[in-house]
Design a protein around this ligand. Structure first.
Ligand SMILES: *Cc1c(COP(=O)(O)O)cnc(C)c1O
Length: 365
């Protein structure tokens, strides 16, 4: 090829999503596939959201409201912030990209935990910034190590809470101590993609710290607990001045009209969320029980997935499960090579995968 892309792209691979169900069906000739790989909601989404989408089908020819007023009012009211504190993205993935575009450059560095969500380093690399990875301790962010990695050229520090891929969380006390110690010129990104699933009493209410720390932005998404991953909507909450400064880096119609309608309805259906969160806790208990019975290490999870250490190649466990019709995430690509990450499914799905895993362990005894 004669075209020369920017140097930062060379060697970067596009995001590797969980294997699509259709591909697996075709490759292995299976007719039933259970995908527990991408932390999608096994119960789908609110019926009210679907109804709202059906009702918006006559407006497909119209551009969406670029300001997303209806969705903005609903979300602002629901979480108790002002409308000018919100920025919406085509998934929180786009917000991660917007933050990197707005704040990073080859002269800057960015500090993040490792392993954590891959898109922080991916987008930082696209901007040519220096990436400073701080190894997790026991699956959790080493917040002191992250503070030490910061210097005058640091522009963003990323906190994933609960962390993907471990499911571990950082308590309010630790978070407050951390944000107090981050210099004011550095943006703290709190990625809370799984916050609805977090039930620990000391899981931080970061929204309440925003007024004291205008150098923080909180990222949330409708892709996980709300089960609306197909619609691609995430949001950032921060100081109005920060939000205004970021807005030019956002595409003009980056969230769709259909999505706005669905999300207004979905936010009103908290009963759906509560049902899913409860089922998720029960599902996690199924996996904890399995791990205990089989003496497998795992990280207690505040999210809708669990990282289990099988003490053997995670890729092998992945391949075994694939042949049995289950798609999970191999820990190999996630920085935990002897583990797999399993999304908590419905009670039956959990029983089925636990059955397959029990057989796998039995075969190698
Ligand atoms: C899933 C996920 C996201 C991205 O979600 P979107 O679908 O882009 O909103 C962001 N951060 C973490 C940690 C995630 O697991």
């Amino acid at each position: 090829m004669k075209i020369k892309v920017n140097e930062q792209l060379i060697g970067l691979t596009p995001y590797q999503p969980g294997k699509p169900i259709e591909d697996v069906k075709r490759e292995l000739g299976l007719d039933k596939i259970t995908k527990l790989a991408s932390n999608e909601n096994p119960f789908g989404s609110s019926e009210k959201a679907k109804e709202a989408i059906r009702n918006s089908l006559d407006e497909l020819a119209l551009y969406p409201d670029g300001y997303a007023r209806n969705m903005r009012e609903k979300v602002a009211q629901f979480i108790g912030v002002d409308e000018n504190q919100l920025i919406f993205g085509n998934g929180s993935d786009e917000l991660i990209a917007i933050l990197c575009t707005a704040l990073l450059s080859p002269a800057k560095n960015t500090v993040m935990a490792n392993p954590s969500f891959s898109q922080y380093s991916h987008n930082a690399t696209l901007q040519g910034a220096e990436i400073r990875m701080v190894e997790n301790i026991n699956g959790e962010h080493d917040l002191d190590g992250m503070l030490k990695a910061i210097d005058e050229n640091t522009a963003i520090v990323w906190v994933c809470n609960p962390n993907n891929p471990t499911g571990t969380y950082i308590s309010e006390e630790k978070i407050v101590n951390f944000i107090k110690n981050v210099p004011e010129h550095i943006l703290i990104v709190m990625d809370e993609a799984y916050n609805e699933y977090s039930v620990a009493e000391d899981y931080p209410n970061t929204l309440s710290y925003l007024k004291d720390y205008p150098n923080m932005i909180i990222l949330r998404t409708f892709s996980k607990a709300y089960g609306l991953a197909a619609l691609r909507v995430g949001y950032g909450v921060g100081d109005p001045e920060l939000i205004t400064a970021l807005d030019p880096a956002r595409g003009p119609f980056n969230t769709s009209r259909i999505a706005h309608a669905a999300i207004v309805a979905a936010v009103d259906d908290q009963e759906f969320i509560q049902t899913c969160v409860k089922a998720n806790r029960e599902g996690l208990e199924q996996f904890y029980q399995f791990c205990k019975e089989n003496r497998l290490d795992y990280f207690p999870s505040q999210a809708n997935f669990i990282l289990i250490d099988f003490n053997r190649s995670g890729q092998e466990v992945f391949d075994y499960l694939l042949r049995k019709g289950f798609i999970v995430r191999s820990g190999t690509a996630l920085g935990y090579p002897t583990s797999v990450r399993i999304t908590v499914g419905s009670k039956e799905q959990n029983e089925e995968i636990i059955q397959a895993l029990t057989e796998m362990l039995g075969e190698s005894r």
